[in-house]
Ligand binder design. Structure first.
Ligand SMILES: Cc1ncc(C[n+]2csc(CCOP(=O)(O)OP(=O)(O)O)c2C)c(N)n1
Ligand SMILES: [Mg+2]
Length: 800
């Protein structure tokens, strides 16, 4: 018996020792990467570095509790965690520093993000989902502090939906909602509104989220006393702690250098979150930042001697090492040997990464040199070409930019020549630029997307005129009935079926989780959508009014719109943002922020249907493709009458396609949304004066008129006016740029192309406020008239 116990003990001790030493190795590897990484920046091989030194040990504990199917939503300190879950190697680390564009070498972003921004590959080559239950997942990081928080909420909420909503095909995404979303955030970043909004929402919603705060007392140079009330986030959030009567958070405080306590803390947190779907906040205190915040400066500038001494002593890796020796798990000699080997291994990895990074450009350099050498033999500009070739040859570690510059400058010199050699250089440059385009500019949108064909609404003898909101409502009904993975949530979206009754009765039918009321918190409404869309659901996030999209615009712009791009197509979040706007009442209920939105959300679709039938068709289209979108319903359109289509579920409004809603010969009027109605009316009034306007509804601002139909119209009419209710230079300037520069419509113009917009200020309240703030029928009429006054002053004398 005894000997058996002994054997068992000794085996388990060996296992235990192996596990501890494996952890220690990861911690040391990670630290060594940070140390060498800093040097790579200081010697100029990398541009910038921000590392995970001083935060290693808690990340080992977090990794132990992290299971397949789980998701991380974190920030730039998490390299140790990523190594511990086997998603990040030494070579990857250095490839990230060098901005290697080969996604095999630099799987975090293909060189698009600076190092320290982590991700996992969640999509197959064809853009379809991988089985996320067979891997550990990290949503792709972004730099804005606390920007990871709203998305974290959605990642956690997805588990709740998968657990509670029946009928969803969940194989690739969930096992009964047992997955945890693990957040990480720096102590100082908890000052951001996003942190508080997420915390409150998670407490209300009771979702399986474990949020770790890595607390090193600083946010760059700014001490906690300037950041956090009472200098402690766990102190100030005590009111979130759950108790017998109230649901809330479980709050755990643990020292960041205490390996055993950390493991216990994460085990406890995991159990609570996974089983009970109760969110947990782990405040990890007493962490350090041995090399300072980033490569941009040194922390000696703002930490005093005492702090620096303390940081050396309480460095979590040092403490782990001490603990290993104190507990006889290993000894100094063995550890030294391990450390030596790791140092060597990291140096080797760095070298490999550097060579991998340089190799393809080296090849290209050789090719270009050969091309220039040939050219030098057959050119009038021999001296110049030889000089450029020499320069090229002399560059030891050439960048792509070096090569492109030399090739392009050479072409300037030989601009008057034609030769086979020149053709070869041109073709080399063409290939080189095409590769650069792929490296730096692909995947703004999904590259595997197929949009469904247009299906027009059909009407039969039973089709009656209804309030337009009924069309939306019935369409949502069909959507929810046909697609169990769809859900909608927003302020007043649930019980009353949204402020305009477009969801009337649907909560009763589809339950409180699928048609849901949420708090007034636009940033996290968006975050719910992003996170859930990243886990295979098809969320529709409702922002009550267009004007309040500004609260969510940061997430739309930084997170949602960049997701495909920053992962080079390895993650997607096909979220639909539903909102309503344009032409109602006053400064904050009829703003038209389209120019701002358009410029901030490249990577999303921006759709502006003129009526609810079009809107319904857009929703149906969006659910069959992979890109995120914002759709603006016309606020003043819900109670207008539209005919109910007999094929509601089938209709598909095409994305990126304009519609000519009035044929005409004399001028092309381009507009969208609510304003279009006014433009059509003005066109009828103009007809009375023999001005025959063609009216085009843009419908889809991003993407814009993919078939270039507007230029065809301008070719016919030779005149162009863009009308929109945004500020001057806003969306109308975007539209004009598309038509003039992209579609080259300037060639066909006989009059100056013009825009008619709202005033520069926000629209004033009331009908008169609207009339005098935004383009009116009279404004449109007179603007067009003035164009014809210039052309035919006798027929159209000045009105005033
Ligand atoms: C919205 C935003 N503001 C400012 C910055 C610049 N910035 C980057 S990190 C940082 C400090 C963050 O400190 P903390 O959250 O404590 O994380 P730590 O670096 O200490 O781990 C700041 C101000 C940013 N990235 N995003
Ligand atoms: Mg900090």
């Amino acid at each position: 018996m005894q000997s058996e116990t002994k054997t068992k003990d000794s085996i388990s001790f060996e296992d235990f020792k192996a596990e501890v030493l494996a952890d220690y190795k990861i911690a040391v590897t990670s630290r060594e990467c940070s140390l060498l990484g800093r040097r790579e920046v200081l010697t100029g091989k990398a541009k910038f570095g921000i590392f995970g030194d001083g935060k290693e040990v808690p990340q080992l504990a977090m990794a132990k509790a992290f299971k397949n199917g789980d998701f991380r939503s974190g920030y730039y300190r998490d390299q140790t965690f990523m190594m511990a879950i086997d998603q990040f190697t030494i070579e990857n680390f250095f490839a990230g520093l060098y901005a290697d564009t080969n996604i095999e070498n630099e799987p975090m972003s293909g060189g698009r993000q600076m190092g320290g921004h982590f991700t996992t590959h969640n999509l197959n080559e064809d853009g379809s989902w991988k089985n996320l239950m067979e891997q550990k997942n990290s949503s792709a990081d972004i730099s804005p502090t606390a920007g990871q928080m709203p998305r974290l909420l959605g990642l956690a909420q997805a588990s709740k939906i998968y657990r509670k909503v029946e009928g969803i095909e969940a194989d690739k995404f969930s096992n009964n909602g047992n997955e945890i979303a693990w957040g990480t955030i720096g102590n100082a970043s908890t000052s951001e509104g996003h942190f508080w909004e997420t915390l409150n929402a998670a407490g209300v919603m009771q979702v399986p989220m474990v949020l770790s705060v890595w607390d090193d007392e600083y946010g760059i140079s700014v001490h906690a006393r300037h950041q956090t009330t009472k200098e402690s986030i766990s102190e100030v959030v005590k009111g979130f702690q759950r108790d017998e009567e109230h649901k809330g958070f479980e709050i755990i405080v643990v020292k960041g250098w205490d390996y055993v306590a950390l493991i216990e803390a994460y085990e406890k947190a995991e159990k609570i979150a996974r089983k009970e779907h109760c969110p947990v906040l782990i405040h990890v205190v007493e962490l350090t930042q041995p090399q300072g915040h980033s490569t941009s400066g040194s922390h000696e500038r703002y930490k005093d001697k005492q702090r620096l001494t303390w940081e050396r002593e309480y460095d979590c890796n040092v403490k782990l090492r001490d603990w290993i020796i104190e507990n006889n798990i290993s000894n100094d000699e063995e550890l030294q040997q391990i450390e030596k080997e790791i140092k060597k291994r990291v140096r080797e990895g760095k070298k490999t990464a550097w060579n991998n990074f340089l190799a393809p450009t080296r090849e290209k350099q050789k090719e270009l040199l050969a091309t220039l050498s040939k050219l030098a033999k057959n050119t009038e500009e021999k001296d110049a070409v030889i000089a450029l070739a020499k320069k090229l040859k002399s560059i030891k570690e050439a960048s792509k930019k070096d090569l492109a510059q030399i090739a392009r400058i050479t072409l300037r010199h030989i601009r008057k020549e034609t030769s086979e050699e020149k053709a070869e250089l041109l073709s080399w440059l063409e290939d080189f630029n095409a590769a650069a385009l792929e490296d730096y500019s692909s995947h703004l949108y999904s590259e595997n997307n197929t949009l469904p064909e247009e299906v027009l609404p059909e009407y039969d003898e039973t089709s009656s005129e209804v309030d337009a909101r009924i069309i939306l409502r019935d369409n949502f009904d069909q959507i929810f009935s046909n697609n169990p993975e769809t859900l909608i949530f927003g302020e007043d979206a649930g019980e009353i079926g949204d402020v305009n009754q477009g969801l009337e009765g649907l909560q009763k039918k589809y339950g409180k989780l699928r048609v849901a009321d949420v708090g007034i918190r636009e940033a996290t409404i968006l975050g719910q959508g992003i996170g859930m869309a990243m886990r295979g659901l098809r969320p529709i996030a409702e922002i009550q009014y267009l004007d309040y999209v500004l609260y969510a615009i940061q997430g739309m712009s930084d997170d949602l719109a960049t997701l495909q791009y920053r992962t080079k197509g390895k993650q997607k979040a096909p979220l639909i943002v539903r909102t309503r706007g344009h032409r109602l009442e006053g400064i904050w209920h009829s703003g038209s922020l389209m120019g701002g939105i358009l410029n901030l959300v490249r990577g999303m679709y921006v759709l502006v249907p003129r009526n609810m039938t079009k809107a319904a068709g857009f929703y149906n289209t969006l659910l069959e493709q992979d890109n995120p979108a914002i759709l603006v319903e016309c606020l003043n359109g819900y109670r207008l009458k539209e005919k109910m289509p007999s094929n509601l579920a089938e209709i598909r409004t095409p994305i990126g396609k304009v519609e000519t809603v009035r044929k005409g010969e004399d001028i092309t009027l381009v507009s969208y949304g609510s304003t279009l109605r006014l433009v059509r009316q003005a066109a009828e009034e103009l007809k009375e004066l023999n001005i025959d306007a063609e009216v085009i509804d843009v419908q889809s601002l991003l993407p814009f008129d993919l078939d270039h139909e507007i230029v065809e119209s301008v070719e016919k009419t030779n005149r162009l006016l863009v009308i929109d209710e945004d500020v001057p230079g806003g969306a109308s300037a975007f539209i004009l740029d598309q038509i003039l520069n992209k579609q080259n419509a300037w060639r066909y113009l006989d009059s100056k192309p013009q825009t008619l917009t709202a005033k520069e200020h926000r629209p004033a309240y009331g009908s008169d406020g609207d009339y005098f703030s935004k383009p009116s029928i009279e404004d449109i009429f007179e603007k067009v008239y003035s164009i014809f006054n210039e052309v035919k002053p006798e027929e159209y004398p000045a009105l005033s």
